[in-house]
Design a protein around this ligand. Sequence first.
Ligand SMILES: NC(=O)c1ccc[n+]([C@@H]2O[C@H](COP(=O)([O-])OP(=O)(O)OC[C@H]3O[C@@H](n4cnc5c(N)ncnc54)[C@H](O)[C@@H]3O)[C@@H](O)[C@H]2O)c1
Length: 257
Amino acid sequence: MNQSNYQFGSENTRIAIVTGGAQGMGRAVSELLARNGVSVVINDVNKSAVETVAAELEELGLNVKPVAGDVTSSKDVDRLVNETIAEFGSVNILVNNAGVLRPTKVIDIEESEWDFVVGVNLKGTFLCSKAVLPYMQTQKWGRIVNFSSTAGKNVSTVGGAHYTSAKAGILGFTRHLAKESAGYGITVNSVCPGLIDTEMVNSTISEEKKQEYANSFPIKRLGQVREVADLVGFLVSDKAAYITGASIDINGGDLMI
Ligand SMILES: NC(=O)c1ccc[n+]([C@@H]2O[C@H](COP(=O)([O-])OP(=O)(O)OC[C@H]3O[C@@H](n4cnc5c(N)ncnc54)[C@H](O)[C@@H]3O)[C@@H](O)[C@H]2O)c1
């Protein structure tokens, strides 16, 4: 992965938390930020996976720290932020990437599955944002990027209505928090990926179905994690200071609105 030459505030504001960073887009974002001089706390509910990823990145000489925890637990989220502060002294970049998807049709969604999918995607985004705000407000510099999806603007390609609802909710939360935070030098934006080649997709649909979807997009392939990481890298950099409350599509032309 190459460096992108982004600047992230001053020297003491280059501290990030990336949730769900043990694989997929969260891992790619963690690596891109760390390669650009950001100290990155990588969170994931999968303890062994996040520790392995952090060890791999540390071997490359990157400044990362793993903190296992569930973003739907305020206790875990408080510990995540406290450990970040203890290690690096502050936190100024938050990437709310952790998410789960289930393909269930509405008629078959159990209440517990609704709560799980909406909880990880939407409540997790709220809890982590709330926990970092005091530090960003004090420093008068902050960047929050929330992972919505094409699903948030349209209908999920492979997920169910709980996933679509949660991702639409993230867009509303993003706009509202952006308005509340602008006066503190904090920007809040969403990214809306289309179908990206990750475990989330590979564990949900067959290779044949993937190809079928790929052929239906104007750019006839799935997106790559690095492409989404580059977008996030730009949004959390100084160059994106005038972008807030936005939702940026990255979907190979699948949705044009
Ligand atoms: N892959 C796609 O096509 C696609 C498209 C649009 C949006 N998204 C969104 O992008 C984000 C990343 O997706 P991905 O494809 O890389 O997913 P992924 O499934 O490959 O990785 C998600 C990571 O989040 C972690 N996680 C799950 N629940 C968690 C919790 N409660 N607390 C902390 N970590 C948790 C998982 O352990 C996993 O490591 C998600 O929010 C997803 O909904 C994905």
